[in-house]
Design a protein around this ligand. Structure first.
Ligand SMILES: [Ca+2]
Length: 262
């Protein structure tokens, strides 16, 4: 027995020595004392000497030459849907949304210059209703004719910064509840602050009847146009036409829009 054990130990040592240099995963002896050794890896066939393949660029790496363009050829424009941008509305608070506290007229609008509240020939009342653009409108009620009034005293707005000798279009959305015709005129003003009218005769200063507001049963868009004279400051104002209008009468103003015409 002892001899067998000694030989076994020697055999193991021999195998251990023979295993030096092997990978750590060298096989361990099995319980039966036999050692299983994995077969050697098959020999790697020598790589045949092959001439390197010619360097052919792949299609993806080929950069096509840029097309020849003459210096005068404009670059192609990107495909876009043309957008015509409408000029801005030149009237402030055009939809009658903003009223300053304690005021009897919407912000940026004027009326009754020089009158007291008691003797003013017209009055304004705000209307808040989703029927109207931006949910706001204003009802102007005439208690007396304002046809003979100086133009700066009638209801309207003075617009500064207009181009002289330029066409402008006025679109007014309104409901003329009366049986009278209301005229919106454009009138050249010399000065916004003082309300002085422009130079020249009244006829020369009055550009036109910018819009004619005929009686209606609901909201209607009334359109007119005018060409400025020399002044860049114009007042748009509304007056009842006729010497003997049916009074009182009223018009609901929903929005006024003034834009330059190309
Ligand atoms: Ca409105």
């Amino acid at each position: 027995m002892r001899l067998i054990q000694v030989f076994s130990v020697i055999g193991l040592m021999t195998l251990a020595v023979a295993g030096v240099g092997c990978s750590p995963g060298a096989p361990a002896p099995s319980d039966s004392g036999e050692v299983t050794v994995p077969p050697p890896p098959p020999p790697i066939p020598p790589t045949p000497a092959v001439d390197p393949a010619p360097q052919v660029p792949t299609p993806a790496s080929v950069t096509p030459p840029a097309p020849a363009q003459s210096p005068t050829t404009p670059a192609p424009a990107p495909a876009m849907t043309p957008v015509t941008e409408e000029p801005a509305n030149l009237i402030a608070n055009a939809s009658f949304v903003t009223w300053d506290e304690g005021q009897h007229v919407p912000r940026h609008w004027t009326m009754g210059f020089g009158f007291s509240l008691d003797d003013m020939p017209f009055k304004l009342e705000p209307i808040e209703d989703p029927t109207y653009d931006d949910g706001h409108a204003v009802r102007q009620t005439w208690l007396a004719s304002d046809e003979a009034l100086a133009f700066q005293r009638v209801f309207g707005q003075t617009i500064e910064g207009l181009e002289p000798n330029t066409g402008y279009r006025l679109d007014v959305v309104a409901h003329n509840e009366s049986k009278n015709v209301i005229i919106i005129s454009a009138f050249e003003m010399e000065d916004y602050e003082t309300g002085r009218v422009g130079t020249g005769t009244a006829t020369e200063r009055l550009n036109l009847e910018a819009a004619v507001i005929t009686p209606s049963t609901g909201l209607v868009t009334y359109t007119g146009s005018f060409i400025t004279n020399d002044s860049g400051t114009v007042k748009l104002g509304a007056r009842v036409r006729g010497e003997d209008p049916e009074l009182p009468c009223s018009v609901i103003w929903d929005s006024w829009t003034l834009r330059a015409v190309d």
